[in-house]
Design a protein around this ligand. Structure first.
Ligand SMILES: [Zn+2]
Length: 248
């Protein structure tokens, strides 16, 4: 029997759209193209980056025109790579964000009073459209802190340990950390995960105030604080990377 090629190889090739912010249009997706001249590059190179999109790296002697011709030749390869990257979800109207795991849709209400609030699975944001992404991000950061702080207080009280402060960050490689001075750091992206996952990460970091390692004793403490350790770890392995899709 004649076998059809797999569906992925039948995908249309992306189209290169020039301008001050060039991008590739691949079906419904727009992927930014960043063009960089690098003194360290010895040949034309393409990199697909989860955050930046397509990065075209040119040696100093190569012209942008040569670079773009190279990019166009490589479009089938680029299309295949892009398809494997989960689509980014910007903090813009109509985007869906899973607040504590529950999908919420962003609604822009420019003429309402207030800043940002959530209600009935919707996130309302006021003001001009260009401020929407920043307002949403600030709001998520605050909401994450509001969820995390009482949990830290509860767990530190249970263990009889002290922390010196809580900061919310956007670290690429970890969801939380604990410094030797007792400073706890968490990713605001935890607010885009189910509650049991956020709770586990807090328990994990607070347990480090007792044991600055991942010894059996450390895990004993974590398990004493939180009953969902196994499920949460599994969730983070499987879905954690998706949390990086959201935002600017
Ligand atoms: Zn740890």
């Amino acid at each position: 029997m004649f076998k059809l090629r797999s569906s992925s190889s039948l995908t249309a090739f992306p189209e290169y759209i020039d301008g001050p912010h060039p991008y590739l249009q691949l079906e419904q997706r727009q992927v930014p193209v960043e063009i960089k001249h690098s003194p360290r590059a010895s040949r034309l190179k393409l990199r697909i980056d989860r955050q930046a999109g397509v990065v075209l790296i040119l040696p100093l002697r190569a012209s942008t025109k040569e670079g773009l011709a190279f990019l166009k030749r490589e479009l089938p390869w680029v299309a295949e790579k892009i398809e494997k990257i989960p689509e980014t979800i910007p903090f813009l109207p109509e985007s869906k964000l899973p607040l504590l795991g529950t999908p919420h849709i962003i609604k822009h209400v420019p003429n309402e009073r207030g800043l940002v609030w959530s209600e009935d699975c919707q996130i309302f944001v006021t003001g001009q459209i260009e401020h929407v992404p920043r307002r949403i991000k600030d709001w998520i950061k605050k909401a994450a802190k509001r969820e995390i702080t009482p949990r830290v207080l509860n767990y530190t009280a249970q263990l009889g340990v002290m922390h010196t402060g809580i900061t919310l960050r956007d670290q690429k490689t970890r969801w939380g950390s604990c410094s030797s001075t007792g400073q706890l750091n968490f990713s605001w992206r935890l607010f885009l995960m189910p509650e049991f996952v956020l709770d586990y990460v807090v328990a994990h970091e607070v347990a480090h105030l007792r044991h600055m390692n991942h010894s059996a004793q450390f895990w004993g403490v974590v398990n004493g604080l939180n009953t969902d350790v196994k499920a949460a770890k599994k969730w983070l392995t499987r879905h954690g990377p998706e949390a990086h899709r959201y935002g600017p």
